[in-house]
Write a protein that binds this ligand. Structure first.
Ligand SMILES: Cc1cc2nc3c(=O)[nH]c(=O)nc-3n(C[C@H](O)[C@H](O)[C@H](O)COP(=O)(O)OP(=O)(O)OC[C@H]3O[C@@H](n4cnc5c(N)ncnc54)[C@H](O)[C@@H]3O)c2cc1C
Length: 296
C-alpha cells in the first residue's frame, strides 16, 4: 500500500492535529499518524475506571490561542471552556489558602497569612503581566533560524533583538531571572508565606518532570500570565468533557477540511531521500508506506 500526501504528521497530539487542520484548510492533502488508539497525546480524556472519564494528563486550558479556536471553528466542533474560578490549598492544621479569579478577594485572603505578601502579590502580578506582554507578540511567530546567514533570517533575528531591547533594562533583568531561576528561588525573592510559595510553585513544574527547585522552572510560571479565555487575560478554564475535547474538536475540524487521521499507526521510520523527508514507514500492525507528494 502506497499513498501520496502533501504532508504527513507524526503524532496526533493537539499540536499535530492543529498543523493538520491548518494545512487541510489550505487545501493540502494531509495524513496524521498516531500510535495510540486515540488522538490527543497529553490532551486526552480516557475512561480509566469503568464509567468514569478523566483528563488523564493535562487538565486545564488557557494557552490554546484564541485565534486558533476562532479560525478552526472549534466551538462548532464541540469545544466549550468553563472558567476555573479558584484554587484551594488545604493545610494540616485546618487552615487553608484560597485563590480566586477576583484579584481583590485573593489579596484579602493572602493578607490573612501575611500583609507583606499581600502587597508583594500586587507588585508580582503587575511585573508578571508586563513580562507576559513582552513575550506575547512572539508566541505566534516563526522563530528565526539561528544557523542561517540568509538576510531574511538575520532580519528576523534583528527584529527580535529590537523587540526585547525596547522593553527596557528593568524588564530584561527580570526576564533573565525568570528564564534561569527555579520557581522556588524566584518566588522566595517575593514572598515569605510557605503555603503561597508552594501553591504558586506548582504552576512552575506542571508538565516539566522537574521539581520546584530545578533551574528554568520559574519561566513556566509566566505561562499562567500569558494565557487567555474569551479575551480575559490570565484566566484558565476546564474543558467540558475533559481535555480530550480540545483534541477531538481540532481533529473534527481537520477532518472536516479533508485531513485523514489514522490511529494505532506508529511511525517506525522517517524515509529520507537526498537529505529531504520523503515519507514514513508505519509499524507492521498498520503496514504500508506513505509518501510525500513531491517525492512521488
Ligand atoms: C503531566 C502533564 C500535565 C500537563 N498539564 C497541562 C495543563 O494542565 N495545561 C496545559 O496547557 N498544558 C499542560 N501540559 C503540557 C501539555 O499537555 C503539552 O504541552 C501538550 O499536550 C503537548 O502537545 P503535543 O501535541 O505537542 O504533544 P503530545 O501531547 O505529547 O502528543 C504527541 C503525540 O505523538 C504520538 N507519537 C509519538 N511518537 C509517535 C510515533 N513514532 N508515531 C506515531 N505517533 C507518535 C504520541 O502518542 C502522542 O499522541 C501538561 C503536560 C504534562 C506532561
Amino acid at each position: 500500500m502506497s499513498e501520496i500526501y502533501d504532508a504527513i504528521i507524526i503524532g496526533g497530539g493537539h499540536n499535530g492535529l492543529t498543523h493538520a487542520a491548518y494545512l487541510a484548510r489550505a487545501g493540502k492533502k494531509v495524513l496524521v499518524l498516531e500510535r495510540r488508539h486515540i488522538v490527543g497525546g497529553a490532551a486526552v480524556t480516557e475512561e480509566i475506571y469503568p464509567g468514569f472519564k478523566y483528563s488523564a494528563c493535562s487538565y486545564v486550558v488557557s494557552l490554546l490561542r484564541p485565534e486558533v479556536i476562532r479560525e478552526l471553528n472549534l466551538a462548532n466542533f464541540g469545544l466549550a471552556i468553563v472558567p476555573l474560578d479558584s484554587t484551594f490549598t488545604p493545610l494540616p492544621e485546618g487552615n487553608y489558602l484560597a485563590r480566586w479569579g477576583d484579584h481583590d478577594k485573593t489579596r484579602r485572603e493572602i493578607m490573612r497569612h501575611s500583609p507583606v505578601d499581600a502587597e508583594a502579590y500586587e507588585q508580582f502580578g503587575k511585573l508578571m503581566h508586563q513580562l507576559a506582554m513582552m513575550v506575547k507578540p512572539i508566541l505566534a511567530t516563526v522563530p528565526p533560524d539561528v544557523t542561517s546567514l540568509h538576510p531574511r533570517e538575520l532580519f528576523k533575528l534583528l527584529s527580535l533583538a529590537r523587540h526585547f531591547r525596547k522593553s527596557g533594562g528593568r524588564l530584561l533583568y527580570h526576564m533573565t531571572k525568570l528564564m534561569t531561576m527555579s520557581s522556588a528561588d524566584f518566588l522566595s525573592e517575593w514572598f515569605e508565606t510557605e503555603v503561597l510559595k508552594a501553591t504558586m510553585s506548582a504552576s512552575g513544574i506542571i508538565g516539566t518532570f522537574l521539581g520546584p527547585r530545578s533551574p528554568g522552572t520559574a519561566y513556566v510560571l509566566l505561562h499562567h500570565y500569558v494565557g487567555e479565555i474569551d479575551a480575559t487575560f490570565r484566566s484558565w478554564g476546564w474543558v467540558r468533557g475533559g481535555m480530550g475535547n480540545v483534541s477531538q474538536s481540532i481533529a473534527a475540524s481537520a477532518q472536516r477540511h479533508g485531513a485523514e487521521i489514522r490511529t494505532r499507526a506508529a511511525v517506525a521510520r522517517v524515509l529520507v531521500k537526498s537529505g529531504k523527508v520523503a515519507g514514513g514507514r508505519a509499524l507492521p500492525f498498520r503496514s504500508g508506506i506513505c509518501k510525500r507528494r513531491d517525492e512521488h
